[in-house]
Write a protein that binds this ligand. Structure first.
Ligand SMILES: NC(=O)c1ccc[n+]([C@@H]2O[C@H](COP(=O)([O-])OP(=O)(O)OC[C@H]3O[C@@H](n4cnc5c(N)ncnc54)[C@H](OP(=O)(O)O)[C@@H]3O)[C@@H](O)[C@H]2O)c1
Length: 232
């Protein structure tokens, strides 16, 4: 059975032009799943994905633009990330308020599943990364909001908390998944984070899960579905 039949809906990718977001789009296309990308810059999205991919232009700060983006979508995968201490791309604006706005507009628009790229260590207020405008605390607040809104009324969520992100192809490494934010170090390819979130669209055992993930050594993988089994 083709994976396109395993998931028949349309997926909005927020942060699609980012390094992880690009992989999310690629993996969705790999499975033949209809994609809509949400980007601040139309020409950047067109350059990366071509004109065959539907594009909604807008900023995550605009409720109207976010509402327009989620319209007609069955799922959202969010790979947004802040990049500056203050202003439009700050942790408060993007990782917390932006993600919360996306969650709210998605639920209002009837989106059924929401996958989020968060981060290892989000529960640790004392982590040095919080010196960057409280980025982990902001991500934690967004996570909590997502869990609250998408765990009811027939909706579902999957929150992936990766270790340090690296570039490279998917399915090149064994993975280690954990729950409870107990891991202290480790890294993972963005492409594998993307793959796990794409699988969460149709794997029931991925629904309503929050977990950390890191690479556990080099070994070609035929798929990543089995890692969801360990989450129970
Ligand atoms: N780096 C790590 O080691 C690490 C580890 C764990 C977790 N994470 C988290 O993983 C996620 C993905 O990381 P990444 O390296 O793939 O991120 P990235 O390449 O920096 O991409 C971030 C995306 O967010 C978009 N964005 C930022 N501000 C926006 C705004 N105001 N409105 C709309 N879009 C906005 C960017 O759009 P433009 O393309 O228009 O700029 C870009 O598409 C992030 O949340 C990051 O914090 C990272």
């Amino acid at each position: 059975m083709s994976s396109a039949r395993l998931y028949g809906g349309k997926v909005l990718v927020a942060g699609a032009t980012g390094k992880t977001g690009q992989w999310v789009v690629k993996r969705l296309m790999h499975y033949g799943i209809p994609v809509k990308v949400f980007s601040r810059e139309r020409h950047k999205a067109l350059q990366l994905f071509g004109s065959s991919v539907e594009c909604a232009t807008g900023r995550i700060q605009s409720s109207a633009e976010v509402a327009n983006a989620v319209k007609g979508c069955d799922a959202v995968i969010c790979a947004l990330g802040s990049s500056s201490y203050s202003g439009e791309s700050s942790p408060g604006e993007v990782d917390r308020d932006g993600v919360k706005r996306l969650v709210d507009e998605a639920s209002r628009a009837g989106v059924r599943h929401f996958g989020l790229v968060s981060s290892m260590a989000v529960t640790r207020w004392y982590h040095p990364l919080n010196l960057f405008a409280g980025v982990l605390l902001k991500k934690w607040e967004a996570e909590e909001h997502l869990r609250e809104i998408f765990s009811r009324d027939g909706r579902s969520y999957t929150i992936v908390r990766p270790g340090g992100l690296k570039d490279g192809e998917p399915l090149q490494h064994r993975l280690h998944l954990d729950i409870g934010d107990k891991l202290w170090s480790g890294w993972i390819n963005r492409a594998d984070v993307a793959e796990l979130l794409v699988l969460s669209l149709w794997l029931e055992r991925a629904k309503n899960k929050t977990f950390e993930v890191i690479n556990d050594g080099d070994e070609l993988q035929t798929g990543l579905e089995r890692y969801y089994d360990a989450l129970g």
